[in-house]
Design a protein around this ligand. Structure first.
Ligand SMILES: Cc1cc2nc3c(=O)[nH]c(=O)nc-3n(C[C@H](O)[C@H](O)[C@H](O)COP(=O)(O)OP(=O)(O)OC[C@H]3O[C@@H](n4cnc5c(N)ncnc54)[C@H](O)[C@@H]3O)c2cc1C
Length: 637
């Protein structure tokens, strides 16, 4: 299969405009004749469904939560990037583009990233018009703060609740269209299969999570905005419900899965505290604007932080990276936290934590300013740890947070299955091997509000789609597939809980395909995962029945998919014999411990085709060319 990215050529500044001009349009009267399924109501899916309906399409919108506004996007804390340059500190569309390509360690498509930087400007205007209450300066202008990997202030925020406020904006736009009858909303409904007819995505099979009823919905195109797969690691900062089922089942129907091993580990999370913990909590990257990261200079120093004098502290990020200091990108900050803990200089009971200290910022700015900026995060920290971060430095450690990999999409956001579009965290585009902070919200909203509503017209205007109904053989086959998997899970009646399998898989992934990876470790994981997967299908105990609200059953289906996906992640990590961004292979590092890329052999997107459970998937490569930002060793020194 040839992977055609459809990325336009020519001057990068005008690529998106020229491309948009060349896309076919659907006239307003004809839009009414089309139905589009949008799965997901986070920032990507919610904004897409609202915008497509506003354009006149009939939209069927699905989510597994009880309300679209409970999508995981609501958890986003720190902010959203945009190259508005309100601070006149040297920002521009080009600089945001440059920072993002470099931040992703030269493993993203230039055309996509430039478009993202351009659209960042529209997003802020759109959200302000919706009434999103961004923080403002005294003058009335929107305020900004800095995030990792940038030396300018371009992150717009609403305290530590930016995702929630942006989602309320998208949600009210969606609700308006639900009220107008243009969107039909299906909450508590989980997509469990994709219907492909004549090689095109034509619908989905769902399970009603309250009644267990399996049903099919048909349309002219299907959009997946179903989020990331960080929960494959069991412990992550993601919402507990986030999962890979929608994209994984689409993958099994033919959509290629790109760069599955690119996962983001966030440096500032509340450390793991015990074996029975089921969730990790993020402390936003915005805290690194004012918090200073340090560990004791000497290994094994068990004194309380306030008793360690200044000359016995190691502000290791400021020392190693004087230009970016505490605001180095996440992959760099996480790796360095691991290095100092491996040296025995970690703090807290487990030794797997570093300090994030606000003492100097409070002395400089006063407690009130710090409270205004980060109050809700400080409260959250205190509630979880019982320690007051205004008095004692926070203890933080890296944790799984975001997945850059996802279904492969072309410049139009269409997957390798015609008519199947993938947006937001669910696709692989734009962030390369490491996502810069505050860029996920930007990408989700760019995809949903601005890119997809343009590109999907072209597909719909170019196709002559046959009318299909739920009696079609492909629909019946997909429904029976869903029913069989459900029945099989319920019939095992083994002795181990779904969570115990998930926890074991997550630990395996963290140990061997986490913050650092080796060929030896990945080979071990590739041997162990299939054993564990087979054991799961023999010994798992799923309680309850299929005809009721059954969270044990929901989880079992998701964990079954995580088993298959985790194998692909390890294989992808093993095949990529280089380090780039969050993919750190210990064998490939510079003398001072930075990621060592191999552009000669690995400057490509790895897109994998499914060939059956337990069979080796097929690798397709999309070469990456850099005309504007020339690949170099990333340096934040
Ligand atoms: C704690 C935390 C803080 C963050 N802070 C920031 C930040 O400050 N800035 C930033 O840029 N990024 C941040 N991120 C990342 C960002 O929040 C996410 O990448 C982004 O919100 C993902 O949006 P999405 O629309 O792609 O998916 P999601 O918000 O995850 O939405 C997924 C949707 O798909 C639905 N869905 C999934 N599977 C199915 C299925 N099978 N059937 C039916 N429905 C399904 C869900 O119900 C949901 O509606 C943060 C992430 C975390 C975990």
């Amino acid at each position: 299969m040839e992977l055609d990215s459809k990325a336009p050529g020519g001057p990068i500044e005008t690529r998106w405009d020229r491309h948009r001009f060349n896309l076919k349009l659907v006239n307003p009267a004809n839009k009414r004749k089309h139905t589009i399924i949008v799965v997901g109501t986070g920032l990507a899916g919610g904004s897409a469904a609202a915008t497509l309906a506003e354009l006149g399409y009939n939209v069927l919108s699905f989510c597994f939560q009880d309300s679209p506004r409970r999508a995981h996007s609501i958890a986003a804390q720190g902010g959203i990037n945009a190259a508005k340059n309100y601070h006149n500190d040297g920002d521009s569309v080009y600089r945001l583009f440059y920072d993002t390509v470099k931040g992703g360690d030269f493993r993203a498509r230039e055309s996509n990233v430039y478009r993202l930087a351009q659209i960042s400007l529209n997003i802020i205007d759109q959200c302000v018009a919706q009434g999103v209450p961004f923080a403002r300066e005294y003058s009335g202008y929107l305020d900004n703060r800095s995030f990792g990997g940038a030396q300018v202030s371009r992150t717009f925020y609403a305290r530590g609740q930016t995702g929630q406020q942006l989602l309320l904006g998208a949600y009210q736009a969606l609700e308006r269209q639900i009220g107008a009858g243009q969107v039909k909303m299906f909450p508590r409904t989980e997509m469990l299969d994709l219907i492909v007819i004549d090689g095109r995505a034509r619908g989905i099979v769902t399970r009603d999570l309250i009644t267990g009823k399996v049903a099919s919905y048909l349309a002219d195109a299907v959009v997946l905005g179903t989020g990331g797969y960080g929960n494959v690691y069991y412990l992550s900062t993601n919402a507990k419900g986030s999962n890979a089922t929608a994209i994984w089942r689409a993958h099994k129907r033919g959509a290629l899965f790109a760069n599955p091993c690119y996962t983001q580990i966030h440096p500032t999370c509340i450390p793991v505290s015990g074996d029975y913990q089921s969730k990790l909590t993020l402390m936003s990257e915005s805290l690194r604007n004012d918090g200073r990261v340090w560990v004791p200079l000497k290994a094994g120093d068990k004194r309380a932080p306030n008793q360690i004098p200044e000359n016995e502290r190691d502000y290791y990020l400021e020392r190693r990276y004087p230009s970016f200091g505490n605001l180095v990108p996440r992959d760099v900050a996480s790796r360095n936290a691991k290095f100092v803990c491996d040296e025995g200089r970690g703090v807290g009971e487990t030794g797997l934590a570093v300090y994030l200290d606000f003492r100097d910022a409070i002395a400089r700015l006063g407690r009130r300013v710090i409270q205004e900026r980060y109050g809700n995060l400080f409260d959250m920290y205190e509630r979880i740890t019982g320690e007051d971060p205004y008095q004692v430095p926070m203890r933080i450690y890296p944790a799984i947070h975001y997945t850059m990999g996802g279904l492969w999409v072309d410049y139009n956001l269409m997957s390798t299955i015609p008519g199947l579009y993938v947006i937001g965290e669910a696709n692989f585009s734009d962030h390369g091997a490491n996502r810069l902070g505050a860029s996920a919200l930007m990408q989700g909203l760019a995809d949903g509000y601005f890119v997809l509503p343009n590109t999907i017209n072209d597909y719909l205007a170019s196709q002559k789609l046959e009318k299909v109904d739920t009696g079609h053989a492909a629909v019946r086959e997909a429904e029976s597939n869903v029913t069989c998997v459900t029945r099989r899970l319920l019939e095992i009646k083994g002795t181990r809980s779904v969570d115990s399998f998930h926890r074991e898989l997550g630990k395996l992934m963290w140990d061997y395909c986490g913050m650092s990876r080796t060929a030896e470790g990945l080979k071990y994981a590739l041997g162990r995962i299939p054993e564990l997967r087979e054991q799961f299908w023999r010994e798992v105990r799923v309680l309850g029945s299929g005809e009721e609200l059954n969270q044990s059953l929901e989880k079992a289906g998701r964990v079954a998919d995580f088993f298959e996906l985790s194998e692909l992640m390890c294989l992808d990590a093993l095949e990529r014999n280089e380090s780039c961004g969050g993919h750190f292979r210990e064998e490939y590092q510079t003398p001072d411990g930075e990621a060592l890329r191999n552009d000669n052999d690995y400057a490509y997107v790895a897109a994998w085709g499914f060939r059956g459970v337990g069979n080796r998937p097929e690798l397709y490569k999309e070469p990456l060319n850099f005309e504007y930002v020339h690949p170099a060793q990333r340096s934040y020194k």
